[in-house]
Write a protein that binds this ligand. Sequence first.
Ligand SMILES: *Cc1c(COP(=O)(O)O)cnc(C)c1O
Length: 513
Amino acid sequence: MPPSDHLLTIDSIDEYAATLHRGVDHLARHLSGLERPFSGVTPAESAAKVGPVDLDGPTLDLEGVLAELSEVYLDDAVWFHDPRYAAHLNCPVAVPALLAEVFVSAVNSSLDTWDQSAGGTLIERRLVDWTAGRIGFDAEADGIFTSGGTQSNLQALLLARGQACLAESDPTAPLAATLARLRIFATAESHFSVQKAASVMGLGAEAVVLVPTDHLHRMDPFALADALASAAAHDLLPMAVVATAGTTDLGAIDPIDRIADVCAAQAGVPGPGRQDEYGVPGPGRQDGQSTWLHVDAAYGGGLLASTRRRHLLAGIERADSVTIDFHKTWFQPVSSSAIIVRDAETMRHVTWHADYLNPKAAQLPNQVDKSMQTTRRFDALKLWTTLRMTGADAIGDMFDTTIDLARELFWVLTDDEWAADFEVAMQPTLSTVVFRFRPVEIDPADASALNTRIRRELFAGGEGIVASTTFHGETWLKLTLLNPTATVGGLCDLLDLVRTTGHRLLDTTEVTR
Ligand SMILES: *Cc1c(COP(=O)(O)O)cnc(C)c1O
């Protein structure tokens, strides 16, 4: 048998299955033996393992490959399954999704056209409709799975741009002149992918107007109304307002319902809300449409499955587009995200017809008309399998559990025993806790450098991993809790590690007391 046959089918179907089973055993054994979230490997140590591998041969047998995979990858990977990993928005993966992942790759469907993904197309559509239903959209809604929140946000803003250009009163104006007048309204706490999208779309990052926030770091609707009015006064075109449902650092949820009121007021027609409050109606758009409201629920989207906190997303049903990252708070493996839109018609802004793929007269259902990608993974199957095996409530409960943990840790940190060493930024809304090591005797000017060092030491040790971020211009630490198997006791041990590391650094370095 030529080697290529061996590669594609393995020698027999038994060997195909045996190879996968052996790999799964190897993986499971590794997982059960995990002692810490990270080995602490340095880039130089890792390079010493990866660098010498001779990619031109000789080749290895299965046992050899598995041993090498452990050496170059598994042994030093950062494991989100360990509850002492609490840094970024990474989740341990739901096992049904992992099972589906093998199917996704084994069949290798491509979700662009029906002739490459029969069945899969409809499974993805059912999940888009299901998610739209959870948001509160009606049968007019549509959407598409994407590679992540960054891509979902880009596509949402691209659709908003298309709609804004359509609404421009002077259809004879050159496109470039219209684009230069477009503005996106977000906050300083919005995800950087909003600026990046503006830049990719040729609008320039300065097209994003940063609306002030309130004391809880949420967009201030009054300030939004002012910003929109000021834009209109300068002959600028509001293209979209981006409300964040769960900011990446603080988990703050912008007041979606009130922001929707302000967007509706831009149409110059009274909506169902309380827009008089905001000193509008605004100038009104030529087409009588309200300003496009995009809700970035990449993080908070898991609340759509919550049985206890769904109300935190109140108003999301008034959005024009919503970003959901299933690979964050729905416990799905990377990548799995979706953009869901209220009005299916708006998806036409990313449609392009190619003779070989999706000619205009195509009769079969295809997804490529709605996607910015062509060849595209069947990521939807992972969520499908998870829902079919555990149901949505179980997913929502897992997210809720992590939110409960964050609240308890907040109270722990403000308790006398810990408060002598720690300061907490804000009571958490979702599952992040922003805090810093700051015994009273430390000069505030030294706190940033100290916390930066603590984070670095923890990462190098691999016993527990936290993130850092900037809060009021200084470096703070952040716990992002997405592991529902974590316990308050275990997380207190992690805090204790932060504390002992902090005191050790204070004792052994020049940091002033
Ligand atoms: C993570 C995140 C994104 C980006 O999502 P990716 O899946 O990492 O591309 C966008 N917005 C918010 C609020 C996020 O937390």
